[in-house]
Design a protein. Structure first.
Length: 320
């Protein structure tokens, strides 16, 4: 035995890099026979506790290199990643797998409209020292027109996961402070006062609009006796400006609360909330941040545990 632990055999389910297709009756029968009674195991979860067992792995083919009719190498991508959690230090590791059967559920097109490797490149990596392009540049239009493929890049996968974590950190922090989660309507009567332009639409013969914020309904909740509420939702504004600060559709994290003593209570809440989110992002999303930085380099997030506070008078003096 060459390794410390060895799996008896493996059935591998492989997906191509394009849209899936349905199995034929014959293929489906073979597939069900191969996977019946087996549990899908993540590649990152393989360990010595599975010694001499039969496992079912699934993944997408990131790279394939055929050496001969009987020998080939596959690199599987799982959840947008193909790199192992720890560096490989030798040709044999803690786990060795004997492949018993391989199923290709969906084959990729001969020429994809968007290559995942090309879409994962940094702008500076696409050019050599003389400025000549080494890899084809993937335009934003190409990415958006092939969004399913574009979302398979490690950076995009990581961005969505960081967003998911931030939403969870926001929610958990406020729930711990006894805030109530509410869901405000997104379809409103057209004549709603607000400072932004709204999208108007027909609601079964009546005028209506898409919500531009949760402000009115949060205030209604507070006036109804809910002392502390928050809302996470999508809102719409008919903004004609073409900048990254004028979005027509966006997700907001809203908070509304009663003030017991002083307006400083709002600063205390926001200060603690942001510090907690920043700290947890740095601690819990290190792998995702690293994946994003490889394609979109950025400086590590730095912040003070307690935000500096100055009086208005002091601020005016500093400005002068």
């Amino acid at each position: 035995m060459r390794t410390k632990s060895m799996l008896g055999s493996m059935v591998m389910w492989i997906c191509g890099r394009h849209s899936p297709r349905l199995l034929t009756v014959e293929e489906g029968g073979k597939w069900r026979k191969a996977v019946d009674g087996r549990t899908v195991v993540a590649v990152s979860s393989l360990g010595q506790d599975m010694k001499d067992s039969e496992v079912l792995l699934t993944g997408r083919v990131h790279k394939y290199q055929g050496k001969s009719n009987k020998l080939g190498f596959l690199v599987l991508r799982e959840k947008g990643y193909s790199d192992p959690k720890s560096a490989i230090k030798g040709t044999t590791q803690q786990v060795e797998i004997y492949v018993r059967k391989v199923f290709c559920i969906s084959k990729a097109l001969t020429q994809l409209l968007l290559d995942v490797d090309a879409a994962s490149q940094k702008e500076e990596d696409e050019q050599d020292a003389s400025g000549e392009r080494r890899t084809p540049h993937v335009s934003l239009d190409t990415r958006l027109n092939n969004r399913v493929l574009d979302l398979r890049t490690p950076a995009n996968q990581a961005i969505f996961r960081v967003r998911s974590h931030i939403e969870n950190f926001f929610r958990q922090y406020l729930l711990a402070l006894e805030f109530d989660s509410i869901h405000t309507p997104k379809l409103l009567a057209r004549k709603i006062n607000g400072g932004a332009s709204v999208f108007c639409l027909d609601y079964i013969g009546k005028d209506a609009s898409l919500a531009q914020s949760a402000q009115l309904h949060k205030q209604m909740a507070i006036s109804s006796g809910f002392t502390k509420v928050f809302d996470i939702g999508t809102y719409f504004r008919s903004e004609r400006s073409s900048t990254n600060r004028h979005l027509t559709e966006f997700v907001t994290l809203n908070v509304e609360m009663e003030l017991k003593y002083h307006y400083n209570e709002v600063m205390d809440l926001v200060d603690g909330l942001f510090a907690d989110i920043f700290m947890q992002v740095n601690q819990s999303c290190a792998n995702q941040l690293d994946a994003i930085a490889k394609q979109y380099p950025f400086e590590p997030l730095k912040f003070l545990p307690n935000t500096l506070r100055i009086s208005f008078e002091r601020g005016v003096q500093m400005h002068e």
